[in-house]
Design a protein around this ligand. Structure first.
Ligand SMILES: Nc1ncnc2c1ncn2[C@@H]1O[C@H](COP(=O)(O)OP(=O)(O)OP(=O)(O)O)[C@@H](O)[C@H]1O
Ligand SMILES: [Mg+2]
Length: 419
């Protein structure tokens, strides 16, 4: 339920509130719970829970907001029904619920609107099913059956959010951003994060995180069937309690040929275990593995302010194509205002405004030698990661590059850059 919906309108404060701030609580919750706003629905759901054989069940008076408020302090049921009746724009609430709830919890939403657009958005957000009132008992029961039996009629179970970080050129700051973002999600937002460094020869992410790369990643990619709990336990280097790293430093003399299906299988498996999976993705892999980039994900396209980078951003945007409800591209301009960078006005004649900008900061270069922990203390990175985290959680509205493109792509700089 986390990754897929257009994430709009969430107030900044709530999107970025660390779950850790909730009071610790271990009050057990039943296997099936519902928060509903009217007595009729409460009656139908209570009967369905009982008929299905849930011994532990709870039907409470409340809405999706009550669930968001209460459940992070307790634990999460296997089945959760929440009510969005009366909420004019429920998607931000559903996204917020996705942020805080367990990956294993199957969420059924009920509401008062028969609206196909809303239905699709909720399904894309990972909701198991949406029903509008009055609730029909046998339809609800069928969904319980389908979930319990793992039926393919439903969406695959929810998984973590996949974030690819790709540079338009070498050295623009991909590893800095991937490691900082993974750290930020794990240590500031208190989420379970896996950083996957697919540059198997360099091991830069491991260097930044002061962690041990291993051959496990290569072995996993050569034989993805072997990826199981034991592999994750042994192959993932624990960086902090919440941050794991999968990275290798293969000998330079070994040619590692990656297989796209193997990489995708690996990602599917690890996405079931982590709230966020951040991938430091070399550009050549991104270019030649088109299916990979079309997995439900966010692609952070990183450039610096150079003229060459700017041209590449335009070419990458064309290559990737327009955003879809499942997959979006965010352009991160790194090293903004570095010496030799194109003035912003000029840059904006060639490409749309970047989604996130991170300033050039001399401190970062020195801090990088000491690792990610030190880099986090640089204000440019702190601000950049906070802004990125908000965008990934859906706080800001998406820009509309297509309109922009038609209007402005004809400037003199266009000719200079593209010849
Ligand atoms: N905003 C910034 N300001 C100043 N220096 C930065 C900034 N971001 C990254 N750097 C520095 O730029 C250099 C390259 O960064 P990094 O290794 O993250 O790039 P990369 O895109 O991963 O490179 P490669 O293509 O080699 O993998 C490093 O020295 C890093 O400290
Ligand atoms: Mg790198």
């Amino acid at each position: 339920m986390d990754t897929l919906a257009p994430r709009v309108d969430l107030p900044a404060a709530s999107a970025d509130t660390a779950i850790a701030s909730a009071p610790p609580a271990s009050e057990p919750v039943p296997a099936a719970m519902a928060y509903l706003l009217d007595a009729d629905s409460e009656g139908v759901v209570s009967r369905c829970f009982a008929d299905f054989g849930f011994v532990d069940r709870d039907v409470l008076h409340g809405s999706i907001d009550t669930a968001i408020e209460e459940l992070p302090r307790r634990s999460w049921p296997r089945f959760l029904i929440v009510d969005i009746s009366g909420i004019s724009d429920p998607l931000p609430r559903v996204n917020r619920l996705a942020e805080v709830c367990n990956l294993e919890t199957e969420v059924i939403v009920v509401g008062d609107r028969n609206d196909i657009v809303l239905y699709r958005a909720l399904k894309a957000a990972g909701v198991a099913e949406y029903f509008y009132k009055p609730l029909v008992a046998h339809l609800l029961s069928r969904v319980f059956d389908e979930i319990a039996s793992g039926s393919t009629n439903l969406q695959p179970s929810r998984s973590g959010m996949l974030v690819f970080v790709v540079g338009v050129r070498g050295g623009v700051g991909v590893t800095t951003i991937a490691t900082s973002l993974a750290w930020y999600f794990a240590e500031i937002r208190q989420r379970g994060v896996l950083l996957l460094d697919l540059d198997l020869h360099a091991g830069d992410a491991a260097l930044q995180l002061d962690a041990q790369p291993s051959h496990a990643l290569r072995e996993a990619l050569e034989d993805p069937k072997r990826i199981d709990e034991l592999f994750l336990e042994r192959g993932v280097a624990p960086v902090t309690e919440r941050l794991g790293l999968l990275a290798g430093v293969e000998p330079l003399s070994d040619r590692v040929v990656l297989d796209e299906d193997a990489v995708m299988q690996l990602l599917h498996k690890i996405l079931a275990h982590y709230r966020y999976v951040v991938v430091d993705l070399p550009a050549e892999i991104a270019l030649f593995f088109p299916k990979l980039l079309h997995m439900p994900s966010t692609l952070l396209l990183v450039s610096d302010g150079s003229i060459a980078s700017t041209r590449e951003v335009a070419r990458w945007r064309d290559f990737i194509g327009p955003n879809t409800p499942e997959r979006r591209l965010l352009h991160v301009l790194n090293k903004k205002n570095a010496d030799g960078a194109l003035p912003e006005r000029e840059m904006l004649r060639v490409i749309p405004p970047p989604d996130i900008s991170i300033h050039w900061d001399r401190q970062i270069i020195g801090a990088a030698a000491l690792g990610t922990k030190t880099v986090q203390q640089c204000s440019a990175i702190r601000d950049g990661m906070a802004a990125l985290s908000l965008r990934l959680s859906g706080a800001a509205a998406e820009p509309a590059p297509s309109l922009w493109k038609g209007a402005l792509w004809k400037g003199a700089l266009w000719k200079r850059v593209f010849g």
